[in-house]
Ligand binder design. Sequence first.
Ligand SMILES: NC(=O)c1ccc[n+]([C@@H]2O[C@H](COP(=O)([O-])OP(=O)(O)OC[C@H]3O[C@@H](n4cnc5c(N)ncnc54)[C@H](O)[C@@H]3O)[C@@H](O)[C@H]2O)c1
Length: 251
Amino acid sequence: MTRFAGSSVIITGAASGIGRETALRFAREGALVTVADRDEAGARGTVDAITGDGGTARASVTDVAERTEVRAMVEGAVAAYGRLDVLHNNAYWAPLNRAVADTSEEEWSRTIAVTLTGVFLGCKFAIPHMVAGGGGAIVNTASTAALAATPAFAAYAAAKGGVVALTRSVAFDYGRRGIRCNAVAPGLVRTPATEPVFRDPERMRFLTEKLLVGRAGEPGDIAAAVLFLASAEAGFMTGQTMVVDGGRLIA
Ligand SMILES: NC(=O)c1ccc[n+]([C@@H]2O[C@H](COP(=O)([O-])OP(=O)(O)OC[C@H]3O[C@@H](n4cnc5c(N)ncnc54)[C@H](O)[C@@H]3O)[C@@H](O)[C@H]2O)c1
């Protein structure tokens, strides 16, 4: 399939995990990929994997919490590829195992800055280029933690709840100017970020006892949903949060 032939696509948090797999899949389907991450070595690793596979990619060393860096990320993609068609806001940061009273104000602020403000900044700087180019698609990574309580993950849940609401606002305000904005809400997915969770029996019991498909997610499970939401096949969907969680939330 080449659903994204010639499309310019930015993926944040693309040095690792879900973002990396999503970047590889966009490239395999013909996209001109900007691999954005604050981890420079990791971003270059993703770029090397894509170009080694015959795809087209460039790295953008970006801290999504910094407005000047996010603006440079967007302008760099437009300068390199002449346009911007898809933005996948996927980078996050949050402390694990923190109920509200145990969360420091610094942890709260950094979680909101990266996980929520980073999505806002990506949309803010990408939208004018997308509108000028005739439209585009934004896919934000939310989480099932935004839709149902997860133990001791308060700042993260609040930031992801904001991502779900922001997704609707962007869809509402820019739909008539050719922009669709949707979110994907992963359940438990095995990535470098969740390795500590897989080693925590109590948390694993909470997260897996209601897994209807009998396994945790893999990055490809989420990447497949992201590519669908970004593609013309999802042309009648906007403002939605698509849950991809092995059935845990409905169980
Ligand atoms: N893995 C899961 O179980 C799961 C579940 C629900 C939601 N998610 C969401 O999926 C997305 C990807 O998570 P993952 O599991 O692949 O994590 P990961 O740790 O493998 O990847 C996250 C990437 O974000 C980058 N990053 C962190 N702070 C950044 C910043 N300030 N600026 C730019 N990049 C930054 C990291 O360097 C890393 O490459 C996140 O939005 C996460 O909340 C993951």
